[in-house]
Design a protein around this ligand. Sequence first.
Ligand SMILES: Cc1ncc(COP(=O)(O)O)c(C=O)c1O
Length: 382
Amino acid sequence: MIYLDNAATSWPKPPETIEAMHAYLETVGGNPGRSGHRASVDAARALYEVREAVCTFFNSKDPMRVFFTHNGTHALNYVLMGMLKEGDQVLTTAIEHNAVMRPLRELEKRGVVIRTACCREDGTVDLDDFARKIASGITLSVVNHASNVLGTISPIGSIAELCRKHGVLLLVDSAQTAGSLPIDMQDMGIDLLACTGHKGLLGPPGTGCLVIGSHVDSTAIKPIIRGGTGSRSKEEYQPEDLPDKFESGTPNSVGLAGLLAGISWVTSRGVDIVRSHEVKLIARLIEGLQSIQDITVHGTRNPKESVAVVSFTCRGKTVSEIGLMLDERHGILCRVGLHCAPSAHKTAGTFPEGTVRLSPGCFTTLDEIDRTVDAVREASRS
Ligand SMILES: Cc1ncc(COP(=O)(O)O)c(C=O)c1O
C-alpha cells in the first residue's frame, strides 16, 4: 500500500506516538485537574507538558493560552463562533476549507458580513485585493496557511503586516502546515493559530489545539462549550481563567500524550528536514505527472511555494475513475473530489468535479512517488 492521503490525516504515525498512548493508558489514567490524588495530578502534569511543547513549537509566549480541541475544525469554530457577532466584518480568502466557510456562512445568517480576498487560479492570495478589503472595518481575518486542494502556501508574513496596520486580528488555519512548515507565531505576527494534531504533528485523530497570542484579549472570545473544568466548582458560571474557560469536560489525555510524542518526533527530526524531504517528493511528483499527456496539474506547480499536496485532473477520465484504479490496481490511496473546499475548486476552475489529490508525508519515499507516477500514467491510458 502507498498512502498518499496525509492531507486528510497522516499515516503511519511514528512508533513513539503509539507507545506514548499505550504508556499513558497503562501508567497515568487519572482525570487531569479533577482530583487531588496522584493519578489525577500526574495526568494534569502530563497535560501541562503538552501545552508547553505546543507553545514552544509555535513560539508563542504563554502555555496557559494553548487550548486543546478535538481537531482543527473545533479550534477554528472556537474563534469564529466565539468572537464574531452581528455587524462584524470578517475577511477571508477564496481558498478556505469548509472548517472556515461553514461557520462563516452560519454567522452570515446572524448578521456577520463576509469579505473574501480574491486568489489566482493557482491558489495564491491577491495581496492587493486583501489590502483593499482589509481597510473597510474588519474585525477578524481568517486565512488558510496552505490550501488543502492546491498546496499553495499563503504569504502569512505580508498578510499579518496588513492586519497589524489596520488593527485586525489574524487567525491562521494551519491544518496543512503545522509540522511541515516552520511556524513562529511571534515572528510571523499570528494572533490566533488553529491546528490539527493528527496531520503534520503526527498525533492521533481526535487531537488539535488553538493557540491564542499573549496580547490577544481572551475575554473577546466566548466559549462555545461550557461545563465542568475541575476548577471553581461552586460556581455555575463558566470561569474566565485560562485555559479552563475553553476546556470544559474531560480532555483526550491519551490522544494528547500521543500528540506530545508526535511533536517531539518532528522537533527532533527538524521541521526544516521534514520540509526539504517533502519538497523533493513533490518536485518529483509534479515533474512526473506533468510528463503524462492527458494530465493537468493544478496549483503553482512550484514545490517551493507549495506544501505536500498535489492535485491533478485527467482528460477523458473522471477523478473517481482514476482514484479507483489507483486504489484497486496499485494499492495507492489518495482522495478525489472537492476535499471539503468548494471555494478553492471554484478558484482553481475544477468545480464541481474536483481533482485527484496526492498528499505524501514525511515517511513517503521517492520510490513510492515514482511508482505512483507510473500508476497514474497507466490509469490515464486505460
Ligand atoms: C485547510 C484545512 N483546514 C481545516 C481542516 C479541518 O481539520 P480537522 O480535520 O482536523 O478538523 C482541514 C482538514 O483537512 C484542512 O485541510
